[in-house]
Write a protein that binds this ligand. Structure first.
Ligand SMILES: Cc1cc2nc3c(=O)[nH]c(=O)nc-3n(C[C@H](O)[C@H](O)[C@H](O)COP(=O)(O)O)c2cc1C
Length: 327
């Protein structure tokens, strides 16, 4: 079983990838998407999205980070893929799933799922532009309005010799609304030999097992679940007795450990990304609320604080005793 940390624009940046891969259980990460329009982007743009390129393309814990490209022009995607490869990316991922209206209006992301032939050409063009040893992976949804083109899209991606295909088991129209239709991935599983990765709505080890059973895929990609439960990958491995790369089984992280992680993360963010520090800590707390009731209480205390320093002070303190009874 391989577990992959999902790309999440505005959420899963290098600092969060470093934190989650340090906790462990992940085989690979994917960067937030880099928008490719009609020009060759300079190296610094890719290095900003993927600072790991300056350290051998891996997080500090040694987990490879694929760079994700998003765009609709096969030649331009190929040109930029070559740059990314030259910068030392361990792999290149192609985004055909982004539902954003702005992105879709500009010929990128899930809008391309309406044109399986163009998806094929983009993957083929990137595949041919880089060394055969550089993995080129694709990430799709089930379709745009519905999943009627799913087989065409997947077969086109296989024919273009992609290394792997990750399927987020919802259409663009479904957005992020539960459920994820894991069983739809089986249609592709029956048709292609390409390694497949199932994604969508995996929050617990039990969800992971259901996603595997229903999709027929062993490998999974974890997105929001990884943020709501930072040791989700380890918990899934423990549940399935598959130690994975780090070979660590730990007891589940308890709230004081999570709060310590929040504090460490706030320090990293305040130092390296002061403009985003406050919003990113609050954002992470909103994900953590799903798993940890304490995160909700902490969120209520922090939500109106506009500066990172008082937030850091609160995060550094042990949880106030008796807080649940005070409300
Ligand atoms: C805030 C946010 C940002 C995302 N950004 C990206 C992205 O940059 N590239 C991409 O391929 N998918 C992106 N996704 C989709 C996720 O990678 C994933 O497919 C989706 O969240 C479903 O998985 P989950 O239910 O485990 O979160 C994003 C999702 C969210 C919620």
């Amino acid at each position: 079983m391989r577990l992959i940390l999902a790309p999440m624009e505005g959420v899963l940046d290098a600092a969060m990838r470093a934190l989650l891969t340090r906790i462990g259980g992940y085989d690979r990460c994917v960067t937030e998407f880099v928008r490719i329009t009609n020009q060759q982007l300079p190296a610094r743009v890719f290095q900003r999205h993927c600072p790991e390129l300056l350290h051998g393309g891996c997080t500090a814990a040694g987990v490879p980070v694929y760079v994700q490209l998003l765009g609709g022009d096969p030649d331009c995607m190929a040109l930029n893929a070559r740059t990314v490869e030259a910068l030392g990316a361990p792999g290149i991922d192609l985004n055909f799933g982004c539902p954003s209206k702005t992105v879709n209006r500009n010929d990128g992301g899930s809008t391309l799922l309406r044109e399986p032939e163009r998806v094929h050409r983009i993957v083929a063009s990137v595949r041919q532009a880089v060394s055969p040893t550089t993995p080129v992976t694709a990430k799709i949804r089930l379709g745009f309005y519905d999943s009627s083109l799913l087989e065409d899209i997947a077969c086109g991606i296989e024919a273009a010799q992609a290394s792997e295909l990750c399927i987020h088991a919802r259409t663009r129209l479904d957005g992020y609304r539960p459920p994820a239709y894991w069983e739809q991935i089986r249609r592709v599983r029956a048709l292609v030999k390409l390694p497949l990765i199932a994604n969508g709505e995996i929050w617990t080890p039990a969800d992971a097992r259901s996603a595997q059973q229903e999709s027929g895929c062993v490998d999974l990609m974890l997105g929001r679940g990884a943020l709501s439960r930072p040791d989700l990958a380890l918990a899934i491995r423990r549940d399935q007795a598959q130690p994975g790369p780090a070979a660590t089984y730990r007891p589940p992280l308890c709230w004081p450990q999570i709060q310590a992680l929040l504090h460490q993360h706030s320090e990293v963010m305040a130092r390296n990304h002061p403009r985003y520090a406050v919003s990113r800590i609050k954002q992470w707390l909103t994900y953590l609320r799903r798993q940890y009731p304490e995160a909700e209480q902490l969120f209520q205390r922090l939500k109106r604080l506009p500066d990172i320093h008082p937030i850091q002070q609160i995060l550094a303190l042990p949880e106030p005793q008796g807080l649940p009874h005070e409300q």
